[in-house]
Design a protein around this ligand. Structure first.
Ligand code: FAD
Ligand code: NAP
Length: 510
């Protein structure tokens, strides 16, 4: 639905625009970029046709507004007139029309629940849905369902707390064995404390307004074999607490992860280094009041306010180099997060990011993504297909596999770029291939100079079948693919044609 053009940007003449199908690739008309949309929303024009009035919308009324030039959509109880936005929607008008005159929340969540529609569409707000008199007997509104998992999900965790003179410890009993430090994301802000424990596709939330003040930093420990999490808070004063505090929204509830919303904290820009002519390594520091570790293969969202509108874009953390797994961490608790980010001079978000000064802040969300470390289990051959910054998820995947998977025989990376100058971390990759005999590397360039002796061109059946040779006929393989959307889609199709099963392929997308 209202997707920001995160993956839609190859220019109209680019090879990336050639493939068809899928979402977020509809070329927009001149003057219909996200920036143009933001300008229109700031122009003072009446975009709802209601002259600034907000109304209560009944279901009957909503249904009537189902045409392109009169299109209302409800998202999470708020109704927007999206007709003025039609031509600006990167996913195209048709996709937006799928929600016309109806509740588009599920459609929206399926595609891009992270897009900050409240900010982008605030001038299109028509009003709220009229509240229905009651929920059908025996049903509760979603947010109050504390254990929706009775049938298919994990059993509901519980928590307890205890104190000493100086400390308060919150203990979460998940009753799961696959819990580790990556599973817990905790933030202390003002007097509130929020800890989200990710258990497969669900989140268990502790969300409390604390009864007393605590120091900024805290520690998190996990007893992995019993799934017990201990969060140790430091009291500001050595007094005895009668209670932990009072519950805030969704406290002590287990809810599907997709319903939790994105939670952000401000991270400080520590350094910014050139990697190629257009790509930089950004280092951000998490606040001491946050515990967050981004799992391998997952991404986060950055949020910046650009000319008054909050814009959100996804980025994938990397390590500071391909060799950092072997170094001692500089700070405890992985407080630094690194990102390789390509700056598009005509882009909306990356020039803003590039203008940030050292010491400035950017809001960073909780991790998202469906890559699971369990996909590495018993893995023998790992094939990585990356194009441009699609290399970013491969960084941690590569390091993790080489360091932690004893069954691994071979890792091969095929890295597609336009020119030699565009290759991110080329010398590090070559050094790694030299050092670790399990790792092979192949660069493919679409616009090389005449001196280039390596492979040239694009993804093709011939290129892939030669590259994807198993080290043994029976090897367990995983193929990871990431790049511009048409690249990923074309790659997936070719892989299916080559008879690789769904379980053997992982594509990185938003
Ligand atoms: P945009 O405004 O999106 O524009 C980029 C370019 O396309 C510009 O040249 C612009 O003029 C052109 N353009 C925009 N819209 C159109 C259109 N409709 N038709 C034709 N041309 C158009 N990127 C990284 O660098 N590093 C990462 O680690 C990373 N991780 C990601 C993880 C995920 C899960 C996803 C989905 C994307 C990731 N990206 C990453 C891409 C990132 O989210 C942004 O899309 C990217 O930074 C571009 O943002 P922008 O706003 O600067 O550019
Ligand atoms: P780019 O430089 O435009 O493209 C990289 C290479 O891929 C170029 O050689 C390009 O060829 C080639 N290519 C493009 N489309 C192709 C296709 N359909 N088939 C074969 N080759 C193709 O890439 P970029 O600007 O760095 O963009 C990287 C993309 O990766 C962005 O869309 C970003 O959103 C995405 N990304 C996604 C994730 C994720 O989902 N987790 C993470 C990071 C990045 P040309 O010479 O024709 O351009």
């Amino acid at each position: 639905m209202l997707n920001v053009p995160s993956q839609s940007f190859p220019g109209s003449s680019s090879q990336q625009r050639v493939s068809s199908g899928g979402r977020s690739k509809v070329p927009l008309k001149q003057g219909r970029s996200l920036m143009d949309w933001i300008r229109l929303t700031k122009s003072g024009k009446d975009l709802t046709g209601l002259k600034g009035r907000l109304i209560e919308v009944t279901e009957e009324e909503l249904k009537k507004h189902n045409k392109k030039d009169d299109c209302w959509i409800c998202i999470r109880g708020f109704v927007y007139n999206v007709s003025p936005y039609m031509e600006y929607h990167p996913g195209g008008e048709e996709e937006l029309m799928r929600g016309a005159g109806s509740d588009g929340t599920d459609l929206f969540d399926q595609v891009h629940r992270w897009v900050n529609y409240e900010s982008m569409l605030k001038e299109c707000l028509v009003g709220r849905m009229a509240v229905k008199p009651a929920f059908p007997k025996g049903m509760l509104p979603k947010s109050q369902v504390t254990d929706p998992l009775a049938k298919e999900g994990p059993s509901s965790p519980s928590y307890d707390w205890f104190q000493t003179d100086a400390l308060v410890t919150i203990v979460i009993y998940t009753k799961q064995k696959d819990i580790n430090l990556d599973s817990v994301i905790a933030d202390h802000r003002d007097d509130s404390f929020r800890a989200e424990t990710v258990i497969r596709d669900y989140s268990y939330l502790i969300h409390i307004a604390l009864s007393h003040e605590i120091q900024e930093d805290f520690s998190v420990r996990v007893v992995e074999n019993v799934g017990k999490i201990e969060i140790v808070l430091k009291k500001k004063e050595n007094t005895s607490w009668k209670c932990l505090g009072h519950p805030l929204e969704n406290h002590n509830s287990l809810i599907p992860k997709k319903d939790t919303g994105l939670y952000y904290r401000k991270c400080r820009l520590i350094s910014k280094e050139d990697v190629t002519h257009d790509t930089k390594l950004f280092c951000l520091m998490l606040p001491p009041s946050t515990h967050l570790q981004v799992p391998t293969g997952q991404h986060v969202y950055f949020k910046l306010t650009i000319t008054g509108t909050e814009i959100v874009k996804p980025y994938t953390p990397v390590s500071d180099s391909l060799f950092s797994e072997f170094k001692e961490p500089v700070l405890p608790n992985n407080k630094y997060i690194y990102f390789l980010i390509k700056i598009y001079p005509a882009g909306l978000f990356t020039p803003e990011l590039d203008h940030l000064q050292i010491g400035d802040y950017v809001s960073v969300s909780n991790p998202e993504g469906n890559f699971k470390i369990s996909q590495f289990q018993e893995l023998e051959d790992l094939f990585l297909l990356a194009a441009g910054t699609g290399f970013t998820p491969m960084v941690k995947v590569l390091s993790y596999a080489l360091t932690n998977i004893p069954s691994l025989r071979k890792v091969k990376l095929m890295f597609f770029n336009k020119t030699e100058d565009d290759i991110i971390w080329r010398s590090q990759l070559e050094k790694l291939a030299f050092k670790d005999k399990r790792f092979d590397l192949e660069f493919v360039l679409s616009a090389p100079t005449s001196e280039w002796n390596g492979k040239r061109g694009y993804l093709s059946p011939a290129l892939l079948s030669e590259f994807l040779k198993r080290s043994l006929d029976t090897s367990k393989v995983l193929i990871c693919i990431c790049g511009p959307m048409p690249f990923t889609e074309q790659g997936m199709k070719l892989l299916h044609d080559l008879n690789f099963s769904k379980d053997e392929i992982h594509s990185f997308t938003a």
